[in-house]
Design a protein. Structure first.
Length: 147
């Protein structure tokens, strides 16, 4: 019998980020999802041209959401931007290894990683759900998912 999925807590995500992961790009991707609510496909297709470093030292993620034709705009903290690594070129993907993987394989790697700390059926979507429900980050709480 399949159990109901539960959203990860901040404590579980902190613990998970301290554990090794077979696909190293999953760690910064998880941090970005937990702090922005980006979807898996948006993470996979995120290019460096979508991350704008402003003159005042801020970092803006901006892209067009295909389904709704709306523009996603979200400022990220410098510490989160730092976790994304060095900008290669505007045309390159932020997470090239994830861009090459199917939805199925990303979920398999996430589930494998989550099981290390006892999270069953762990996916990036569960982190997104936690963000959207404010279970991980509440608007009044300036805590960033740690590294």
């Amino acid at each position: 019998m399949k159990t109901k999925k539960t959203m990860p807590t901040t404590i579980q995500l902190k613990h998970l980020l301290s554990m090794p992961c077979r696909i190293p790009e999953l760690k910064p991707a998880l941090i970005l999802v937990a702090n922005t609510g980006l979807r898996r496909v948006e993470i996979q297709n995120l290019k460096w041209s979508n991350i704008i470093d402003t003159p005042d030292g801020k970092h803006l993620i901006s892209f067009l959401i295909e389904l709704s034709c709306e523009r996603f705009r979200h400022f990220i903290r410098p510490i989160i931007r730092q976790q994304l690594g060095d900008r290669l070129s505007n045309d390159s993907y932020v997470f090239p290894a994830l861009n090459k993987l199917s939805y199925y394989h990303i979920n398999i790697y996430c589930e494998e990683w989550g099981k290390v700390i006892g999270l069953e059926d762990f996916t990036l979507n569960e982190v997104r759900r936690a963000y959207l429900s404010c279970e991980v980050l509440k608007p009044s709480n300036n805590e960033v998912i740690p590294f």
